[in-house]
Design a protein around this ligand. Structure first.
Ligand code: UD1
Ligand code: PEP
Length: 448
């Protein structure tokens, strides 16, 4: 186990480079299972724990996977299994995205039910509804879902009750080898959906309309490997933009695509942050007081739920009262109690959090309850008085490449320490942090 130690009070300046998007690379790796000929080469693949996990899932299915220097190769010509077991799916919900590709290519798949997580119950009914509409038979039991098709899946008209990102991706991947045309209505419009569609089309698929609410997929006989570069991570970019703004800094976020960050940029500008986008990135300058603003999370192109907690950290520094309403997930305010441990003033009322900005934050021992909560606590630590210890680092490692190194490159003071599991019989309440790894993050994470 490890913790991040953040010493607050540093203004961030300079330039930071965004890595490839976690939420693009995961479905793209899953889609590689569709390649019956040739090898897929995925570049700008970020070295994240989630990427290692999905690579293992593919290997367990018989695909040959290599990963070096942010390049993944997948040879899925000979698959040997159609089962994604519990150990992988519980580790990472996105493992469930192998269902569509396996079902359509192999005619059968058995996958552990993903279950809920810290941010909500996260059902998969819309994925299953889509597969059933295409003729799959679904059965559930003993914590697993089995899906089988009698011959090929058939194209269908499918209306999603919620514009689910995962369901759109899974159904799109199933439809590419189905017989006939699938029309997916109320589809999610996220940039990651477009990236996946581009990848599938490169493999020989016929997907049209990705990025709009209606996607048309004409089934083809076979797909092949292709080379594809993953888009930059808009949430990682937004997190560094928030880091610049919260510290009153001046930072160029290289690789940030401003078109993907519309609502984040608008809200920061409303707060009084200067944002200067160009074709290679976004410059963020925060040289004045920050205004309170209200935020409501929504599916793309609305304000992203994955930036909610980081923006809440920024609002802690603003003058006045802000209301943040979470409409995408029903339980995504677990960071509030942690912020309050740092002397923040936030109250949760149903789906909204009311933030009284301006309280002087103080360093404390806090825990990341999910990936973005972890990033948000680090942001708060950047301006807190004294030292903040952020536990639950495994959540952060799922989605941020070299987070401490990148922030330290801008002038922050963050390092990772290993932490011994507290012994049950120990009476002392002293910190369990052992300063054995206090070297400033020179070590690169080991890649599988
Ligand atoms: C790996 C990945 O890309 N993860 C992202 C993806 O997650 P994920 O694809 O899991 O999120 P969804 O878009 O599916 O979920 C959005 C909402 O729809 C509900 N829902 C979803 C599916 C379903 O069958 N039935 C149903 O009711 C969920 O409970 C949630 O309330 O989109 C989320 C919403 O932008 C992001 O926070 C995640 O970072
Ligand atoms: C919720 C997130 O991811 P996942 O869907 O992989 O849990 C996230 O990236 O913030």
């Amino acid at each position: 186990m490890s913790k991040f130690i953040v010493r607050g009070g540093k203004r961030l300046t300079g330039s930071v480079k965004v890595s490839g998007a976690k939420n693009s690379v995961l479905p793209i790796i899953a889609a590689s299972l569709l390649g019956e000929e040739g090898v897929s080469i995925i570049t700008d693949a970020p070295p994240l724990d989630d990427v290692m996990t999905i690579n293992k899932v593919l290997e367990s299915l018989g695909a040959e996977v290599t990963y070096q220097n942010e390049v993944i190769t997948v040879d899925a010509t000979n698959l040997t299994s159609c089962e994604a077991p519990y150990e992988w799916v519980t580790k990472m919900r996105a493992s469930f995205l192998v269902m569509g590709p396996l079902l359509t290519r192999m005619g059968y798949t058995k996958i552990s039910l993903p279950g809920g997580c810290a941010i909500g119950t996260r059902p998969i009914d819309q994925h299953l509804k889509g597969f059933e509409a295409m003729g799959a038979e679904i059965s559930l039991g003993h914590g697993y879902i089995e899906a089988r098709s009698n011959g090929k899946l058939r194209g269908a008209k499918i209306y999603l009750d919620v514009a689910s990102v995962g369901a759109t991706e899974n159904i799109m991947m199933a439809a590419v080898l189905a017989e006939g045309t699938t029309i997916l209505e109320n589809a999610a419009k996220e940039p990651e959906i477009v990236d996946l569609a581009n990848y599938l089309n490169g493999m020989g698929a016929k997907v049209r309309g990705a990025g709009t609410g209606v996607i048309r997929i004409e089934g083809v006989e076979k797909l092949h490997g292709v080379q594809h570069a993953v888009i930059p991570d808009r949430i990682e970019a937004g997190t560094y933009m928030a880091a610049a703004a919260i510290t009153g800094g001046d930072v160029y976020v290289e690789g940030a695509i401003s078109d993907h960050l519309g609502p984040v940029i608008s809200k920061m500008e409303e707060m009084g942050v200067k944002i200067v986008p160009d074709e290679n990135g976004v410059r963020v300058i925060a040289d004045g007081p920050l205004k309170a603003v209200d935020i409501k999370t929504l599916p793309y192109p609305g304000f992203p739920t994955d930036m909610q907690s980081q923006m809440m950290a920024l609002l802690l520094k603003s003058q006045g009262t802000s209301v943040v309403t979470e409409t995408v997930f029903e339980n995504r305010f677990m960071h509030v109690d942690e912020f309050n441990l740092m002397n923040a003033e936030i109250k949760v009322e149903g789906r909204s959090s009311i933030i009284t900005g301006g309280a002087k934050l103080t360093g404390a021992k806090v825990t990341a309850t999910d990936l973005r909560a972890g990033a948000a606590l680090i942001l708060a630590g950047l301006i807190a008085d004294g030292t903040t210890e952020v536990g639950g680092v495994h959540h952060i490692d799922r989605g941020y490449v070299h987070l401490a190194e990148k922030l330290n490159g801008l002038g922050a003071d963050i390092y990772r320490v290993s932490v011994e599991e507290p012994k049950r019989e120990a009476k002392s309440t002293e910190s369990a942090v052992t300063e054995t790894e206090t070297a400033r993050f020179k070590v690169q994470p080991t890649l599988a």
